[in-house]
Each structure stands twice: as structure tokens, then as C-alpha cells.
Design a protein. Structure first.
Length: 143
């Protein structure tokens, strides 16, 4: 089978997603990065438990320095708050702020629209298989 350069294809798809978001959505949404949005959703989905920087590093497969930079910028934008934890001054629990939650609500419609656009003309079985392939690729990259 001839190589289709999957990495380049994924990078191209990511670029098209970003360009579509920039073209179709409000300037308020454009003030935050895609990574910021994903983190807001993660924090909301995990609001019943303590979330720390290490959790984000593992979940999003990012380095400690990348996570630190993203969180610092998100704090500056008042989207998240890092607060101390009793018993360990080194740990900083990450929570979503009211402004962050408002931004997350705005992102929901944007996310629905983008997912619908990405998955148009796929059967449920094809989508399940695609997801399984992507999960396997992520595991391959961790080796």
C-alpha cells in the first residue's frame, strides 16, 4: 500500500478546522486558542473532582512547560484559577472561572457545528472505526 503521509493529512485537517473556526465565529471566541477551549471543557466535565496541571498534561499529551504556559495565559484571561490545596503547597487545583464557564457555553454551539461538519456523510460505524484508528495512532505515538 502506498503511503498517504498521514501526519501531513492530519496537520492539513487541523489547519482547515482552525481556518473554518476563524471564519465562522465571533471575535470573542477568537481571543482563546483551541487548547484553551479543550481545557475549559475538560474542567467542566471534571468539576466534581480536583484537577491539577499533571492531569491536563496526561489527558492532552502535552509537556509540563506547555501546560504551564497555557494555564498562565488562561489565568491572565481570567478563564481559570489556580488555587492551593491544604496539605501540599506545591499542588495547585485548577478551576474554571465564571468568565471561563461563559466562554465554554459559547464554545458549545461552535463545537456542535464543527463536529457536524467534520462527520457529515459518515455512517455511525465509520465514525466508530475512525475513532478507533485515531486512538491507536495516539497509542503508537506514545511508544
Amino acid at each position: 500500500m502506498k503511503s498517504k503521509d498521514i501526519g501531513r493529512q492530519l496537520a492539513s485537517l487541523n489547519h482547515l478546522i482552525k481556518r473554518t473556526l476563524e471564519k465562522e465565529h465571533s471575535s470573542e471566541l477568537m481571543k482563546i486558542s483551541a487548547a484553551n477551549g479543550y481545557i475549559l471543557f475538560y474542567l467542566h466535565d471534571n468539576k466534581d473532582k480536583d484537577v491539577f496541571q499533571k492531569d491536563l498534561e496526561e489527558y492532552f499529551s502535552i509537556t509540563r512547560s506547555t501546560a504551564s504556559k497555557i494555564l498562565s495565559l488562561m489565568e491572565t484571561k481570567n478563564l481559570v484559577r489556580r488555587g492551593g490545596v491544604s496539605g501540599d503547597a506545591r499542588l495547585k487545583k485548577i478551576t474554571i472561572t465564571e468568565k471561563g464557564e461563559e466562554m465554554r457555553q459559547t464554545l458549545i454551539e461552535s463545537r456542535r457545528h464543527m463536529e457536524a461538519k467534520l462527520t457529515a456523510n459518515f455512517t455511525e460505524g465509520e465514525l466508530e472505526q475512525l475513532y478507533a484508528y485515531m486512538q491507536r495512532m495516539k497509542e503508537n505515538m506514545k511508544k
